[in-house]
Design a protein around this ligand. Structure first.
Ligand SMILES: O=C(O)CCC(=O)C(=O)O
Ligand SMILES: [Fe+2]
Length: 201
């Protein structure tokens, strides 16, 4: 049992950032997973790859305090209003992570063949040294960090119901990815709670 008062996760990074892994923090993670799979209006994301607009295999959904407009990879996205279940999860995550968030990007990976390639969440709309809290439901997946200069790699397994918080200089110095994992045939839902700096169109 993790003592949340004296132990604010464990920093997985050796330098240049702070990634706190809290392990499983959520009771009834399976119930939340079932509700999110059924109720969220999941859609394939769209990204430009070599000048062509492509659907990602992974599905996404985006929620927020306001109908934020967010453009990445040349495609505009608009946040939907919070649902009761997402508000409930936000409250839990904010309590454990000791931070507050005004939006949540959800990812649905149907099985281990769906993944996310190396990136940093360093868009201008998030500002520098932003805090991102990542809640994982469903299949346990491998998650990797790679330092941009030294290329040192750090690995963590994101358990069902677990919380990971990325903060400080993490996005400046490290990339992260969710690699393909051949043997996993169950879905994983990931909720990344974020703070957007500006609102509207
Ligand atoms: O699925 C994950 O755990 C990571 C998702 C992620 O890095 C992102 O949405 O930016
Ligand atoms: Fe990310």
């Amino acid at each position: 049992m993790i003592d949340l008062f004296t132990h604010y996760g464990t920093n997985l990074l050796p330098y240049d950032g702070e990634v706190r892994y809290f392990g499983p923090i959520l009771a009834q993670a399976n119930d939340y997973l079932a509700r999110l799979l059924a109720d969220i209006p999941w859609q394939h994301d769209q990204v430009f790859v070599q000048g062509q607009l492509r659907n990602t295999r992974r599905k996404v959904a985006w929620f927020g305090d306001h109908s934020f407009a967010y453009t990445y990879s040349g495609v505009a996205h608009h946040a939907l209003p919070w649902t009761p279940v997402l508000n409930e999860l936000k409250t839990i995550v904010q309590g454990v992570g000791k931070a507050s968030f005004n939006s949540c990007l959800l990812n649905l990976y149907a099985d281990g063949s769906e993944a996310m390639s190396w990136h940093s969440d360093n868009e201008a709309s998030l500002g520098v040294n932003t805090t991102i809290a990542s809640l994982s439901l469903g299949a346990e997946r491998r998650f990797l960090f790679r330092h941009k200069k030294t290329r040192e790699t750090v690995e963590v397994f994101l358990e069902q119901g677990s919380l990971l918080v990325m903060k400080g200089e993490t996005q400046t110095h490290w990339l992260h990815s969710l690699p393909v994992t051949a043997k996993i045939n169950k879905p994983r839902v990931n909720l990344t709670f974020r703070t957007f700096l500006y609102v509207g169109e």
